[in-house]
Design a protein around this ligand. Structure first.
Ligand code: HEM
Length: 282
Protein backbone atom coordinates (compact mmCIF):
# COMPACT_ATOMS: atom_id res chain seq x y z
CA UNK A 1 0.00 0.00 0.00
CA UNK A 2 1.48 3.37 -1.06
CA UNK A 3 0.90 5.07 2.30
CA UNK A 4 3.49 2.81 3.93
CA UNK A 5 6.15 3.45 1.25
CA UNK A 6 8.82 6.15 1.39
CA UNK A 7 8.12 8.11 -1.84
CA UNK A 8 11.55 9.74 -1.82
CA UNK A 9 13.51 6.49 -1.70
CA UNK A 10 11.42 5.23 -4.66
CA UNK A 11 12.20 8.49 -6.45
CA UNK A 12 15.92 7.97 -5.88
CA UNK A 13 15.75 5.26 -8.57
CA UNK A 14 15.15 8.00 -11.17
CA UNK A 15 16.62 11.15 -9.59
CA UNK A 16 19.98 11.44 -7.77
CA UNK A 17 19.66 11.56 -3.98
CA UNK A 18 21.89 14.65 -3.91
CA UNK A 19 19.38 16.47 -6.14
CA UNK A 20 16.45 15.61 -3.85
CA UNK A 21 18.39 16.62 -0.73
CA UNK A 22 19.62 19.86 -2.36
CA UNK A 23 16.01 20.73 -3.27
CA UNK A 24 14.83 20.30 0.35
CA UNK A 25 17.76 22.39 1.62
CA UNK A 26 16.93 25.09 -0.94
CA UNK A 27 13.31 25.18 0.30
CA UNK A 28 14.54 25.57 3.88
CA UNK A 29 16.87 28.41 2.86
CA UNK A 30 14.03 30.12 0.97
CA UNK A 31 11.79 30.03 4.07
CA UNK A 32 14.52 31.40 6.36
CA UNK A 33 15.57 34.04 3.80
CA UNK A 34 11.97 35.01 2.98
CA UNK A 35 11.10 35.39 6.66
CA UNK A 36 14.17 37.55 7.38
CA UNK A 37 13.53 39.79 4.36
CA UNK A 38 9.86 40.01 5.38
CA UNK A 39 10.77 41.12 8.91
CA UNK A 40 13.24 43.72 7.63
CA UNK A 41 11.05 44.95 4.78
CA UNK A 42 7.82 45.36 6.76
CA UNK A 43 9.73 46.53 9.85
CA UNK A 44 7.46 44.17 11.78
CA UNK A 45 10.08 43.29 14.40
CA UNK A 46 10.89 46.98 14.93
CA UNK A 47 7.17 47.78 15.37
CA UNK A 48 6.69 44.76 17.62
CA UNK A 49 9.44 45.83 20.04
CA UNK A 50 8.34 49.50 19.96
CA UNK A 51 4.82 48.38 20.78
CA UNK A 52 6.07 46.13 23.59
CA UNK A 53 8.08 49.06 25.03
CA UNK A 54 5.07 51.38 24.85
CA UNK A 55 2.94 48.71 26.55
CA UNK A 56 5.52 48.46 29.34
CA UNK A 57 5.31 52.23 29.92
CA UNK A 58 1.50 52.07 30.11
CA UNK A 59 1.50 49.02 32.37
CA UNK A 60 -0.71 49.34 35.46
CA UNK A 61 0.83 46.30 37.15
CA UNK A 62 4.42 45.16 37.26
CA UNK A 63 4.58 41.52 36.12
CA UNK A 64 6.98 39.21 37.94
CA UNK A 65 9.07 36.56 36.15
CA UNK A 66 6.56 34.00 37.46
CA UNK A 67 3.60 35.95 35.96
CA UNK A 68 5.41 36.15 32.63
CA UNK A 69 6.20 32.42 32.57
CA UNK A 70 2.59 31.62 33.35
CA UNK A 71 1.51 33.87 30.43
CA UNK A 72 4.05 32.07 28.24
CA UNK A 73 2.76 28.63 29.25
CA UNK A 74 -0.84 29.72 28.56
CA UNK A 75 0.16 31.15 25.16
CA UNK A 76 1.87 27.90 24.17
CA UNK A 77 -0.88 25.65 25.51
CA UNK A 78 -3.88 27.64 24.28
CA UNK A 79 -2.87 29.86 21.34
CA UNK A 80 -0.06 27.83 19.73
CA UNK A 81 -0.77 24.15 20.41
CA UNK A 82 -4.58 24.24 20.32
CA UNK A 83 -5.32 27.27 18.05
CA UNK A 84 -7.26 28.89 20.90
CA UNK A 85 -7.46 32.29 19.15
CA UNK A 86 -10.18 30.95 16.85
CA UNK A 87 -13.62 31.44 18.41
CA UNK A 88 -15.45 29.53 15.68
CA UNK A 89 -15.00 25.80 16.41
CA UNK A 90 -14.96 24.88 12.69
CA UNK A 91 -12.20 27.39 11.97
CA UNK A 92 -10.29 26.06 14.95
CA UNK A 93 -10.67 22.43 13.86
CA UNK A 94 -9.66 23.19 10.26
CA UNK A 95 -6.63 25.17 11.51
CA UNK A 96 -5.59 22.32 13.83
CA UNK A 97 -5.83 19.83 10.94
CA UNK A 98 -3.78 22.10 8.67
CA UNK A 99 -1.20 23.00 11.31
CA UNK A 100 -0.50 19.50 12.67
CA UNK A 101 -0.79 17.99 9.18
CA UNK A 102 1.84 20.41 7.88
CA UNK A 103 4.17 19.74 10.84
CA UNK A 104 3.86 15.94 10.27
CA UNK A 105 4.45 16.43 6.53
CA UNK A 106 7.55 18.65 6.91
CA UNK A 107 9.08 16.59 9.72
CA UNK A 108 8.64 13.24 7.94
CA UNK A 109 9.93 14.71 4.66
CA UNK A 110 13.14 15.79 6.41
CA UNK A 111 13.59 12.40 8.11
CA UNK A 112 12.93 10.36 4.94
CA UNK A 113 15.02 12.54 2.62
CA UNK A 114 18.05 12.74 4.92
CA UNK A 115 17.97 9.48 6.92
CA UNK A 116 16.43 6.97 4.48
CA UNK A 117 17.09 8.45 1.03
CA UNK A 118 17.75 5.37 -1.12
CA UNK A 119 15.66 2.39 -2.18
CA UNK A 120 17.91 0.08 -0.17
CA UNK A 121 17.16 1.86 3.12
CA UNK A 122 14.57 0.20 5.35
CA UNK A 123 12.42 3.21 6.28
CA UNK A 124 10.46 2.64 9.53
CA UNK A 125 6.83 2.58 8.47
CA UNK A 126 5.99 5.42 10.89
CA UNK A 127 7.56 8.05 8.59
CA UNK A 128 5.75 7.34 5.33
CA UNK A 129 2.52 6.92 7.31
CA UNK A 130 3.06 10.28 8.98
CA UNK A 131 3.88 11.91 5.62
CA UNK A 132 0.71 10.65 3.93
CA UNK A 133 -1.45 11.29 6.99
CA UNK A 134 -0.03 14.82 7.35
CA UNK A 135 -0.65 15.60 3.67
CA UNK A 136 -4.22 14.22 3.89
CA UNK A 137 -4.91 16.31 7.03
CA UNK A 138 -3.76 19.48 5.24
CA UNK A 139 -5.83 18.63 2.15
CA UNK A 140 -8.93 17.98 4.27
CA UNK A 141 -8.53 20.94 6.68
CA UNK A 142 -7.37 23.26 3.87
CA UNK A 143 -10.20 22.36 1.47
CA UNK A 144 -12.75 22.75 4.27
CA UNK A 145 -11.29 26.23 4.92
CA UNK A 146 -11.07 27.15 1.23
CA UNK A 147 -14.55 26.10 0.16
CA UNK A 148 -16.61 26.83 3.28
CA UNK A 149 -14.91 28.68 6.11
CA UNK A 150 -12.91 31.46 4.47
CA UNK A 151 -14.40 34.87 5.34
CA UNK A 152 -14.60 35.83 1.64
CA UNK A 153 -16.94 32.91 1.08
CA UNK A 154 -18.73 32.42 4.39
CA UNK A 155 -19.35 36.07 5.31
CA UNK A 156 -18.76 38.18 2.20
CA UNK A 157 -20.71 36.02 -0.20
CA UNK A 158 -17.95 35.75 -2.83
CA UNK A 159 -17.69 32.67 -5.02
CA UNK A 160 -15.21 30.03 -3.81
CA UNK A 161 -13.18 30.41 -7.01
CA UNK A 162 -12.50 34.17 -6.71
CA UNK A 163 -8.74 34.54 -6.18
CA UNK A 164 -6.81 37.30 -4.41
CA UNK A 165 -3.13 37.48 -3.44
CA UNK A 166 -3.93 36.57 0.17
CA UNK A 167 -4.90 33.11 -1.13
CA UNK A 168 -1.34 32.34 -2.21
CA UNK A 169 -0.49 30.58 1.05
CA UNK A 170 -3.55 28.37 1.40
CA UNK A 171 -3.62 27.46 -2.30
CA UNK A 172 0.08 26.61 -2.59
CA UNK A 173 -0.21 24.63 0.65
CA UNK A 174 -3.18 22.69 -0.71
CA UNK A 175 -1.50 22.16 -4.09
CA UNK A 176 1.76 20.93 -2.51
CA UNK A 177 0.09 18.36 -0.29
CA UNK A 178 -2.51 17.21 -2.85
CA UNK A 179 0.00 16.79 -5.70
CA UNK A 180 2.43 15.13 -3.27
CA UNK A 181 -0.18 12.52 -2.39
CA UNK A 182 -1.11 11.92 -6.04
CA UNK A 183 2.55 11.66 -7.08
CA UNK A 184 3.22 9.11 -4.32
CA UNK A 185 0.18 7.05 -5.33
CA UNK A 186 0.97 6.96 -9.07
CA UNK A 187 4.66 6.32 -8.45
CA UNK A 188 3.76 3.39 -6.21
CA UNK A 189 1.45 1.80 -8.82
CA UNK A 190 4.13 2.49 -11.47
CA UNK A 191 1.95 4.67 -13.65
CA UNK A 192 4.90 6.61 -15.01
CA UNK A 193 3.26 9.44 -17.02
CA UNK A 194 0.92 10.39 -14.14
CA UNK A 195 3.70 10.05 -11.59
CA UNK A 196 5.91 12.39 -13.66
CA UNK A 197 3.09 14.91 -14.12
CA UNK A 198 2.27 15.05 -10.39
CA UNK A 199 5.96 15.12 -9.45
CA UNK A 200 6.41 18.19 -11.68
CA UNK A 201 3.33 19.84 -10.11
CA UNK A 202 4.59 18.90 -6.63
CA UNK A 203 7.94 20.58 -7.36
CA UNK A 204 6.32 23.72 -8.78
CA UNK A 205 3.74 24.11 -6.00
CA UNK A 206 6.25 23.50 -3.20
CA UNK A 207 8.59 26.07 -4.80
CA UNK A 208 5.70 28.58 -4.75
CA UNK A 209 4.80 27.68 -1.13
CA UNK A 210 8.33 27.89 0.29
CA UNK A 211 9.65 30.51 -2.13
CA UNK A 212 6.62 32.78 -1.73
CA UNK A 213 7.03 33.58 1.97
CA UNK A 214 7.58 37.28 1.26
CA UNK A 215 4.24 37.59 -0.55
CA UNK A 216 2.13 35.08 1.37
CA UNK A 217 0.87 34.43 4.90
CA UNK A 218 3.39 31.63 5.39
CA UNK A 219 5.42 33.46 8.05
CA UNK A 220 2.38 33.91 10.32
CA UNK A 221 3.34 30.56 11.85
CA UNK A 222 6.47 32.24 13.27
CA UNK A 223 4.95 35.66 14.11
CA UNK A 224 1.57 34.74 15.57
CA UNK A 225 2.95 33.04 18.69
CA UNK A 226 4.89 36.24 19.60
CA UNK A 227 1.83 38.39 18.87
CA UNK A 228 -0.39 36.11 20.98
CA UNK A 229 2.09 36.30 23.88
CA UNK A 230 2.19 40.12 23.68
CA UNK A 231 -1.63 40.28 23.58
CA UNK A 232 -1.84 38.27 26.80
CA UNK A 233 0.91 40.35 28.45
CA UNK A 234 -1.00 43.56 27.57
CA UNK A 235 -4.07 42.14 29.34
CA UNK A 236 -2.13 40.91 32.36
CA UNK A 237 -0.22 44.16 32.97
CA UNK A 238 -3.27 46.35 32.32
CA UNK A 239 -1.71 48.30 29.40
CA UNK A 240 -4.48 46.82 27.19
CA UNK A 241 -2.86 47.92 23.91
CA UNK A 242 -3.94 51.50 24.73
CA UNK A 243 -7.61 50.47 24.65
CA UNK A 244 -10.03 51.43 27.41
CA UNK A 245 -10.92 48.87 30.09
CA UNK A 246 -13.93 46.78 29.00
CA UNK A 247 -17.05 48.44 30.42
CA UNK A 248 -18.48 46.70 33.46
CA UNK A 249 -22.08 47.69 34.24
CA UNK A 250 -21.91 46.21 37.72
CA UNK A 251 -19.50 49.04 38.49
CA UNK A 252 -21.59 52.22 39.26
CA UNK A 253 -18.94 54.51 37.75
CA UNK A 254 -19.21 52.67 34.41
CA UNK A 255 -22.98 52.32 34.61
CA UNK A 256 -23.50 56.06 35.12
CA UNK A 257 -21.27 57.11 32.25
CA UNK A 258 -23.08 59.25 29.68
CA UNK A 259 -22.42 56.75 26.89
CA UNK A 260 -24.05 53.98 28.96
CA UNK A 261 -27.30 55.86 29.59
CA UNK A 262 -29.36 53.89 27.07
CA UNK A 263 -28.30 50.60 28.66
CA UNK A 264 -29.00 51.60 32.24
CA UNK A 265 -32.18 49.59 32.65
CA UNK A 266 -31.30 46.79 30.26
CA UNK A 267 -30.61 43.29 31.57
CA UNK A 268 -26.97 42.38 32.17
CA UNK A 269 -27.04 39.59 29.61
CA UNK A 270 -28.48 40.90 26.37
CA UNK A 271 -28.07 37.73 24.35
CA UNK A 272 -25.90 36.87 21.38
CA UNK A 273 -26.00 40.24 19.62
CA UNK A 274 -24.25 40.07 16.24
CA UNK A 275 -23.45 36.42 16.85
CA UNK A 276 -27.16 35.57 16.75
CA UNK A 277 -27.10 34.81 13.04
CA UNK A 278 -24.46 33.96 10.43
CA UNK A 279 -24.19 36.68 7.77
CA UNK A 280 -26.03 35.67 4.61
CA UNK A 281 -28.00 38.71 3.44
CA UNK A 282 -26.21 39.59 0.22
C1 HEM B 1 2.33 24.61 10.68
C2 HEM B 1 1.87 25.70 10.95
C3 HEM B 1 0.64 26.42 10.46
C4 HEM B 1 -0.12 26.29 9.33
C5 HEM B 1 0.06 25.31 8.18
C6 HEM B 1 -1.18 27.28 9.41
C7 HEM B 1 -2.17 27.48 8.47
C8 HEM B 1 -3.05 28.54 8.47
C9 HEM B 1 -3.97 28.85 7.42
C10 HEM B 1 -4.14 28.07 6.13
C11 HEM B 1 -4.64 29.98 7.79
C12 HEM B 1 -5.67 30.71 6.97
C13 HEM B 1 -4.94 31.76 6.23
C14 HEM B 1 -5.75 32.53 5.25
O1 HEM B 1 -6.54 33.39 5.68
O2 HEM B 1 -5.53 32.30 4.06
C15 HEM B 1 -4.17 30.37 9.09
C16 HEM B 1 -4.63 31.47 9.80
C17 HEM B 1 -4.28 31.71 11.10
N1 HEM B 1 -3.31 31.07 11.84
FE1 HEM B 1 -2.16 29.55 11.22
N2 HEM B 1 -1.02 27.99 10.58
C18 HEM B 1 0.08 27.49 11.25
C19 HEM B 1 0.58 27.90 12.45
C20 HEM B 1 -0.02 28.83 13.28
C21 HEM B 1 0.40 29.17 14.62
C22 HEM B 1 1.59 28.56 15.34
C23 HEM B 1 -0.48 30.12 15.09
C24 HEM B 1 -0.60 30.85 16.41
C25 HEM B 1 -0.05 30.87 17.43
C26 HEM B 1 -1.44 30.38 14.04
C27 HEM B 1 -2.48 31.28 14.14
C28 HEM B 1 -3.31 31.62 13.10
C29 HEM B 1 -4.32 32.66 13.19
C30 HEM B 1 -4.65 33.50 14.44
C31 HEM B 1 -4.93 32.73 11.92
C32 HEM B 1 -6.06 33.65 11.49
C33 HEM B 1 -5.38 34.91 11.19
C34 HEM B 1 -5.80 35.71 10.06
O3 HEM B 1 -6.86 35.47 9.48
O4 HEM B 1 -4.99 36.59 9.76
N3 HEM B 1 -1.13 29.59 12.96
N4 HEM B 1 -3.19 29.48 9.49
Amino acid sequence: MFITENPFSLLSETLPVSFIQAYVILMFVLVVGGTIIDVVHKKSAEYFFQNAERAKKNAKRQLSAGDKSSVLVKTIAEDVLTSGEFCNPNRRMSHLLGMYGFIFFVLSTAVMVFSYPTAGDATPVLWPLLWHLGAAMVVFGGAWFWFFIRVDVSAEGHAWNRLVRADLFILSLLATTATGLLWSFFQSVQSQPWATLFLALFIVSSAVLFGGVLWSKFAHMFFKPAAAYQKRIAKADGSLDMLPEPADRTNPADRDRHSMELLKNEPMNMGLGIKREQPHHY
